[in-house]
Design a protein around this ligand. Structure first.
Ligand code: PAF
Length: 283
């Protein structure tokens, strides 16, 4: 496996792959990889000739006061992990390589899809995501790109962007990978202290309770939201950012639980903001 840092070098590889009729699978990441990321690499390995993983902590998707500087970074560890599950190339550019001085073009998907949920508490976040993902797609020219469903809103925004800009890439969304106790895997889980780590399972527990009452027949979204809010608030280390029940495609709020729905939440445990969600098909 090779680690490449420049656009020129990665393009030499991808152009040759294209000339030889090889398919390219791409997994964009910000590094500090866990089993969730590795599940994407494994899936890409099954479906493509060439598998490329990018590792780039993208400054434009972090707001002022967020954790860009402290975001965990360990390229050596990450490279070994993805090599073990069959990646061919790691692309790990510098910030200057991706955003050279004078760079002034951004990609911004408009509307509720980027303004609600995480977009409400992290203004500008999705503009940073769509900009970096567009740049990476232009550099790598993947046939398929793999994203984790834990970032359900990110997947919806990227799918919208791909449709709107007629991008020739299939977006493959893969299931959330969880720790044994239910906590959704995230690079940010490393911020949690011992007590916070225990407290953090309240997110998946609240989602499971919601799923249960829906299975038992509850169809009133506000009642299900209330149940989740009460459950999370019972954990003293937690502070809710949002709890939303929305249509899984448009991310518009719903009153009646019916069809494809997404229950999404963002909760601070101590100083660490965690997200989780569950997607359901309700008759
Ligand atoms: O999900 C992430 O890790 C990031 O948002 C992504 C897609 C790699 C863009 O920086």
């Amino acid at each position: 496996m090779r680690v490449l840092n420049t656009i020129k070098d990665i393009r030499t590889i991808t152009k040759e792959a294209r000339r030889n009729g090889k398919s390219i699978g791409f997994i964009p990441t910000m590094g500090y990889l866990h089993e969730g990321h590795l599940s994407l690499v494994k899936k890409a390995r099954e479906e493509n000739d060439l598998v490329i993983v990018s590792i780039f902590v993208n400054p434009t998707q972090f707001g002022p006061g967020e954790d860009f500087d402290s975001y965990p970074r360990d390229l050596e560890r990450d490279s070994k992990l993805v090599e073990d599950v069959g990646a061919d190339i790691v692309f790990s550019p510098s910030v200057k390589e991706i955003y050279p001085s004078g760079c002034s073009t951004y990609v911004d998907t408009d509307g509720d899809i980027t303004k609600r949920l995480c977009g409400a508490s992290r203004p500008g976040h999705f503009k940073g995501v769509t900009t970096i993902v567009t740049k990476l797609f232009n550099i790598i020219t993947p046939d398929r790109a793999y994203f984790g469903q834990k970032d359900a809103q990110q997947v919806a925004v990227i799918e919208q962007m791909v449709r709107d800009l007629c991008m020739d890439v299939d977006i493959v969304s893969c299931p959330i990978v969880r720790e044994e106790d239910g906590l959704a895997m995230s690079s940010r889980n490393t911020y949690l202290g011992e007590e916070e780590r225990k407290a953090a399972i309240i997110l998946s527990k609240a989602l499971s309770s919601a799923e249960e009452v829906i299975k038992e027949g509850e169809r009133d979204a506000s009642k299900v939201s209330e149940l989740i809010v009460n459950k999370i608030n019972s954990q003293p280390l937690s502070k809710i950012d949002y709890v939303e029940i929305v249509c899984d495609k448009t991310l518009e709020a719903i009153e009646e639980i019916k069809g494809g729905i997404l229950i999404a939440l963002a909760v601070k445990i101590g100083r660490t903001r965690l997200i989780d969600n569950v997607r359901l098909e309700v008759l």
